[in-house]
Design a protein around this ligand. Structure first.
Ligand code: NAG
Length: 279
């Protein structure tokens, strides 16, 4: 992809800008899924490294900014479990042991057609907790909680991992926690621009203003052109009725409009009904 970008650059005479997003960092935050989130962050690190390597390999002045528009989930390490004063630690090994995301295992659980409750409990223990999440110290009650009437298995499975890793969450939404800004350039000029415009504590609008300053573009004008543009990744056929209006209304689009998410929720609800019928 980066070779392609460079080629595009050569075809243009002024500036080429590109945006790379790892969207599941945010989704995993919404879901309070620590093991999916950390793997997404590691994948993002690799992408960032590839972009830095690209900058170092070209003579063309390249400026890189890495940041987020907000934190999601209010994740924090050093969770206090119980009344006693906490130990000052967290356990990344627990996250390494979990090899499938909470969403993946919940889909797997919801699509399992158990022949009996006993069969279902066994499936949860060996296939989900042990094999996919790497949890071996679960209790019988943990298994019962996952399939209790009205339970949200997705949240429970993620919490089993979070608690063991000593990771706490404060919300399923966005938080007001400050996010980092990382900058890199292959020129001294680029580095000093980054330092001048983005060093220290900044409002997130200043990141847009930075690009405006270095590219000589007019962000108010560009914002005007973008207003009303539907920018979420949804299939065209789901954009009927009031969907477009709703899309712009908040993060609930994951639940209400993303076709996959709707299917996911329906699948989990059906699974609940299936469990109640098991003997
Ligand atoms: C990780 O999984 C292994 C077995 O595969 C287990 O022995 C170990 O205790 C687990 N580690 C943690 C931190 O859960």
């Amino acid at each position: 992809m980066l070779h392609y970008l460079f080629y595009l650059y050569l075809l243009t005479t002024t500036f080429l800008t590109t945006l790379i997003e790892t969207i599941k960092i945010d989704h995993a935050g919404h879901q309070n899924d620590p093991h999916a989130q950390v793997r997404e962050v590691l994948a993002y690190d690799k992408a960032f490294k590839a972009v830095i390597d690209f900058a170092d390999s070209t003579e063309v002045e390249t400026i890189i900014v890495s940041t987020s528009d907000h934190e999601t989930g209010g994740a924090s390490v050093a969770l206090q479990v119980g009344e006693s004063y906490p130990e000052y630690l967290w356990k990344p090994d627990v996250l390494l042991n979990a090899t499938k995301s909470g969403e993946y295992v919940t889909r797997k659980l919801a699509s399992y057609k158990a022949s009996s409750k006993k069969d279902l409990y066994q499936f949860i223990k060996t296939e989900i907790l042990e094999k996919d999440l790497g949890i071996h110290d679960y209790t019988e009650q943990d298994v019962l909680n996952i399939v209790a009437p009205g339970a949200n298995p997705h949240n429970i499975l993620n919490k089993l991992v979070s608690d063991r890793a000593l990771i706490g969450w404060s919300t399923h939404g966005h938080s007001a926690v400050d996010v980092n800004i990382y900058g890199y350039s292959n020129t001294e000029n680029g580095k000093s621009l980054l330092y001048k415009y983005l060093g220290g504590n900044r409002e997130n609008t200043e990141i847009g203003r930075f690009w405006e300053a270095i590219t000589g573009s007019d962000y108010n004008k560009i914002t005007g052109l973008l207003e009303g543009t539907v920018h979420h990744t949804v299939s065209a056929q789901s954009l009927d009725g009031d969907a477009a209006t709703e899309l712009l209304g908040g993060f609930n689009e994951h639940d209400t409009l993303d076709p996959e998410y709707a299917t996911f929720k329906a699948q989990v609800a059906e699974f609940g009904e299936h469990v109640e019928q098991l003997s």
